[in-house]
Design a protein around this ligand. Structure first.
Ligand SMILES: NC(=O)c1ccc[n+]([C@@H]2O[C@H](COP(=O)([O-])OP(=O)(O)OC[C@H]3O[C@@H](n4cnc5c(N)ncnc54)[C@H](OP(=O)(O)O)[C@@H]3O)[C@@H](O)[C@H]2O)c1
Length: 239
């Protein structure tokens, strides 16, 4: 990894696939130095192969030790961190009455614990700098209730609300916290059959990546904080 480029250093979690991979690619194209994290290191290395500004930083974001190690590496290599995009996550589309305790715990780890750990461990670095933007890839499932998404929507809402509270704790210290609530997007989060059926009216990962770049650029203005943005497909939520 080389010295950070002018646009800044951004850590993107969940960068091995779908929305996170598109965000990592797009930020790198905009001149940011991107640290790309996820568990599947081969996918991160494949992503980085043709993009010199993109550096794989394999990490299980639900693992306390692993997240501490990742932040220590960022600090050692760059000494600062301008942005954190919290995109690591997974989904579970089934009725609550059929959800097992194991599925509950796995989704808590992937969705809420990972957002907490990455935020918590990156915060001291940002607080020391008196600047930095934390951008959470939230879901429209935090804004309205969908059947078969009770747990997913509940956990995404918990993370989004945790970050709203954080926003009020750190806004006077130059830190910006942004929630981007995204509608149905064509990624492997959905089953192959649902993707085939609804792809024609889903967002594309690049649509979300474009919104992230715009929000990051807006956040670089000292006096501006784009707190929440909703990005839905033109035809609305899937029926
Ligand atoms: N697709 C949608 O319709 C939609 C809508 C709104 C919001 N979102 C949100 O967007 C985010 C990305 O989802 P996606 O649609 O792009 O799905 P995806 O293609 O399945 O991507 C999920 C990403 O999260 C990573 N991840 C999962 N658990 C992790 C962990 N413990 N540590 C590190 N990385 C982990 C996965 O990487 P590894 O498996 O390699 O670790 C993968 O890179 C999620 O937070 C999701 O809630 C998606």
């Amino acid at each position: 990894m080389g010295p950070s480029r002018k646009a800044g250093v951004i850590w993107v979690t969940g960068a091995s696939s779908g929305i996170g991979a598109a965000i990592a690619r797009r930020l790198a194209a905009e001149g940011y130095t991107v640290l790309a994290s996820a568990r599947r290191r081969a996918l991160l290395h494949r992503l980085a192969r043709s993009i010199p500004e993109l550096h794989p930083l394999p990490c299980d974001c639900a693992d306390h030790e692993a997240v501490m190690h990742a932040v220590a590496q960022i600090e050692q290599l760059f000494g600062h961190l301008d942005g954190l995009v919290l995109c690591a996550g997974s989904a579970l589309f089934k009725p609550l009455a059929e959800t097992s305790v194991e599925e509950f715990e796995a989704l808590v780890n992937a969705t809420l614990r990972s957002a907490f750990l990455c935020t918590r461990m990156a915060l001291p670095l940002m607080l020391r700098q008196h600047r930095g933007t934390i951008l959470y890839i939230s879901s429209v499932a935090t804004l309205r209730a969908f059947p078969n998404s009770a747990l997913y929507g509940g956990l995404k809402a918990a993370a989004a609300q945790m970050l709203r509270g954080l926003r009020e704790e750190v806004r006077s210290q130059g830190i910006k916290v942004v929630n981007l609530h995204v509608g149905a997007t064509d990624t492997p989060l959905w089953s192959a059959s649902l993707r085939r059926r609804w792809r024609h009216r889903m967002l594309r990962p690049d649509d979300v990546a474009d919104a992230v770049v715009a929000l990051m650029q807006m956040s670089s203005r000292r006096q501006v904080l784009p707190e929440e943005l909703v990005l839905r497909p033109q035809l609305g939520d899937l029926p």
